[in-house]
Design a protein around this ligand. Structure first.
Ligand code: ADP
Ligand code: MG
Length: 245
């Protein structure tokens, strides 16, 4: 290998830059001036770095799947318009730390739409974390003794958008409801939240247990919030696939 090239590779490594395939990068580019060659090299470094950061962000988001709006049948789910969802794709609400609540019975596409918005946000460079209320409460309870919980919560507090799925499935005890309140307070007006719930707000007291805590949580959550109430038949049940026909 050319001595100069070897030196460039070791300098790049000392600077913690990615290794670049010089042969491929400069193939048929004998015309490049020295400055243009440096420019091309640095652009390639930026491209590699951005791709790496995107991969890390996607992994950190822990989305259960990557559903998209394109896959969503707005003809089947008529209680929300495609236009309304497309408007939300500009992510101005994330900039303003607004929340979105998808409410409605199981199987109607709440998690699908929440993840579709999360995918758009990731594509636009926002940091996103997905969790369920059940997992969130577990993480909040074990933050001091579990490095995994601590790491997850750290990612959540650093994110621009946090999705809390399946709110209302499990009843919370007083300590858990208080932890949830503390969490919502911590994030409110700083971080956008997408909440999905199978319960209407008037039923939240049923799983949160205490009227005062419920009011306090809802107060913070819906102060700046797009509420999307959905209804209709379960897509899952209507499109059930059977092994035997
Ligand atoms: P929910 O969170 O409301 O219980 P999901 O979002 O998990 O429902 O939807 C259940 C399944 O049905 C998922 O696989 C989802 O992709 C699919 N689904 C729901 N509604 C629609 C729809 N209108 N068009 C396409 N797929 C849908
Ligand atoms: Mg769901």
């Amino acid at each position: 290998m050319n001595e100069r090239l070897e030196n460039i590779i070791s300098l790049a490594s000392a600077l913690r830059l990615a290794s670049v395939d010089f042969e491929a990068l400069y193939k048929n580019r004998d015309d490049l001036s020295p400055l243009a060659a440096v420019e091309l090299y640095l652009s390639e470094q930026l491209k590699i770095k951005t791709e790496k950061q995107n991969t890390i962000r996607r992994k950190r988001a822990e989305l259960p799947n990557e559903k998209t709006l394109e896959q969503f049948d707005f003809g089947f789910q008529k209680s929300i318009s495609k236009e309304r969802m497309l408007r939300l794709c500009d992510m101005t609400w994330v900039e303003q730390a607004y929340n979105i609540c998808f409410l409605g019975p199981p199987g109607i596409g709440k998690t699908h739409l929440a993840t579709a918005l999360a995918v758009k946000a990731l594509d636009m460079g926002y940091s996103v974390v997905f969790t369920t209320l059940d997992k969130l409460i577990k993480d909040l309870k074990t933050e001091l003794i579990s490095s995994q919980s601590k790491r997850k919560l750290k990612n959540i507090y650093k994110a621009s958008l946090v999705i809390i799925d399946e709110v209302g499935f499990m009843p919370l005890n007083t300590q858990e409801a208080n932890l949830f309140f503390g969490f919502v307070s911590e994030l409110s007006e700083k971080t956008s939240m997408i909440i999905t719930s199978n319960k209407g707000f008037d039923e939240w007291v049923d799983f949160l247990g205490d009227a005062t805590i419920t009011t306090a949580i809802l107060d913070r959550l819906i102060h700046h919030c797009e509420i999307i109430s959905m209804s209709g038949d379960s897509y899952r049940l209507s499109h059930r696939k059977s092994i035997t026909r």
